[in-house]
Design a protein around this ligand. Sequence first.
Ligand code: IMP
Ligand code: MG
Length: 184
Amino acid sequence: MKRKTYQGLTFRPFIEKTAIAERVEALGRSIASDFEGKCPLFLCVLNGAAPFAVDLFRAADIDAEISFIRLKSYEGMSTTGKVKQIMGLTEQIEGRHVIVVEDIIDTGRTMSHLLDDLRALGPASLSVATLLFKPDALQVKVEPQYVGFEIPTKFIIGYGLDIDGLARNLPDIYVLDEEGAPEA
Ligand code: IMP
Ligand code: MG
């Protein structure tokens, strides 16, 4: 696999698509056995989690539903700073078994806010599936039940993850090659 260049930055291959597919299949099997008969609702956080959510949903061989939300950031009038609002949630959450599907958990702030908002809607259960998890970057407590890969605190692209909107369509995952980075 070759290196990729975006915005003058070099990325090297990190996780190959065959390894991603194997891991996603395994997560799908665990979700299927945990939620058999419960018809869980997969809630995909757009845009980044789209490829992972669709593959994971297909890998879970049970009755289940999928829906897509977007998190819109806006500057609050209060001093709490950035607030994220859920956009596009049309499904009834109350009493459902909800599995939030994310591409990556970095500081955990996005997920923590989202879980607070979803919890307020009264789901029967709330779980988190994330393709990538950077445990060393975590700043607020988030404990995802289904993790594809734990990775070091480095910048990742591919399989949904972007750099300024690009690279989401790479089938493999790449990591920023800090050694190969051009001088600033
Ligand atoms: P958090 O709130 O810090 O956990 O950030 C989560 C969001 O930041 C993700 O949903 C991604 O959109 C973005 N993000 C964090 N790390 C990366 C990365 O390595 N590559 C691309 N996007 C990232
Ligand atoms: Mg994201």
